[in-house]
Design a binder for this molecule. Structure first.
Ligand SMILES: O=C(O)CCC(=O)C(=O)O
Ligand SMILES: [Fe+2]
Length: 370
């Protein structure tokens, strides 16, 4: 190899190693342009007007707001109806009055902020390419596969059973485990309560004792927390914090700080979801779309970044235990409503994401049986 080519190759390798270390580090270098590695093709950029369905939309969307406290009162039928409409039309709703104390929520955001403020050497102790690792620090969407990197660093934590996983979580900041475990336990409990309501809304009637089995599976289900950090980006129109994707589980309970960035696809356009203090953005995942036999939709969403402020979001993805099969609920299947999805499980999903660049709703598409 001639010396110039060898040097270029070495430089290229050094750059690729840099990118693996994440965007917070890159931002801290004080760059005013983003490296080519992060620049999306024109038609995939956030403000492009060239391609459907990425038409520009500068409006915010007013997602339906579900008041959890109202569900316990005489308004229950109306609230159930608006929840069912939200799940069918948008695949998303905002949940307020959910009962999780505001100090638990602010404690979670604060712990996440302080974790990402740690020196790179401390954060990177948790880097792993093993998708099954209980704790995984990383960058981009799937850094082993992505051609173009996205502007995000993350920490993924397996959260259930909490007493088994807690000893593996980061020990710094010192109160991280305590604050995050409290939040994880509260969101697990909330997920189970919301699923109970969702089952009722799917059946359109009060649930029967037979449903207790599935409720036990939800209680014992998998829970993965994804703590996302999006530093300011000098050229936010050229890249994304997260590319269009759907979430794999039953429900994601998403907490965003006060900085907007989440966009959802609705009628072929992208709309920004306004952050509401202390509310959860709840979205339907692929598993619930399958379980509901397509009645409720797992909707594409993405994250825009901005040049001014960093942003933190915490997504907790809940599903059945890893060993369980996910399939359309038998109560929703009859001659008039044949099953529309194949059975799937967590192993099938992991194989899928390990084998290709996991974008859009290709996984769900691959599970459709008609
Ligand atoms: O940051 C957000 O608002 C969304 C994060 C998200 O979609 C995810 O972690 O799956
Ligand atoms: Fe997501």
């Amino acid at each position: 190899m001639c010396p110039t080519v060898a040097m270029e190759k070495e430089n290229e390798e050094a750059l690729q190693t840099q990118y693996q270390k994440g965007v917070k580090r890159l931002y801290e270098k004080g760059i005013d342009k983003i490296p080519d590695k992060y620049i999306l093709p024109v038609q995939e950029r956030p403000n492009t007007t060239q391609a459907e369905p990425s038409e520009v939309c500068r409006e915010n969307i007013k997602l339906p707001i579900v008041d959890f406290a109202e569900l316990q009162g005489s308004n229950r039928p109306q609230v159930l109806k608006s929840l069912a409409d939200a799940c069918k039309q948008y695949g998303f709703f905002q949940l307020v009055n959910h009962g999780i104390p505001s100090d638990v929520i602010s404690g979670m955001i604060d712990a996440a902020k302080r974790f990402f403020e740690l020196p790179y050497e401390e954060r990177s102790k948790y880097m792993s390419t093993d998708m099954k690792a209980l704790v995984r620090y990383g960058t981009s969407f799937n850094q082993n596969k992505d051609n173009v990197f996205c502007w995000r660093d993350f920490l993924k934590l397996t959260c259930y059973p909490i007493s088994d996983v807690l000893p593996h979580w980061p020990s710094s900041p010192t109160d991280f485990g305590k604050l995050v475990a409290t939040y994880a336990t509260e969101t697990k409990y909330l997920f189970v309560m919301v699923m109970e309501v969702i089952l009722e809304s799917l059946l359109g009637s009060n649930k029967t004792g037979e449903d207790d089995e599935i409720m036990k599976d939800f209680q014992d289900g998998s829970q993965l927390m994804v703590v996302n950090f999006f530093p300011p980006c000098p050229e936010p129109d050229l890249t994304l914090g997260m590319p269009p994707h759907s979430d794999y589980g039953f429900l994601t309970l998403l907490l965003q700080d006060e900085v907007e960035g989440l966009q959802i696809q609705y009628k072929e356009k992208w709309f920004t979801v306004e952050p509401i203090p202390n509310a959860f953005v709840v979205n339907i995942g692929d598993h619930l779309e399958i379980f509901s036999n397509g009645k409720y939709k797992s909707v594409l969403h993405r994250v825009k970044v901005n040049s001014e402020k960093s942003r933190i979001s915490v997504a907790t993805l809940h599903s059945l235990p890893f060993r369980c099969m996910v399939r359309p609920w038998s109560k929703l299947i009859d001659e008039a409503n044949p099953r529309r999805y194949k059975d799937t499980n967590f192993a099938t999903f992991l194989n899928y994401i390990s084998s290709q660049e996991p974008k859009k709703k290709e996984f769900l598409e691959s599970r459709k049986s008609i």
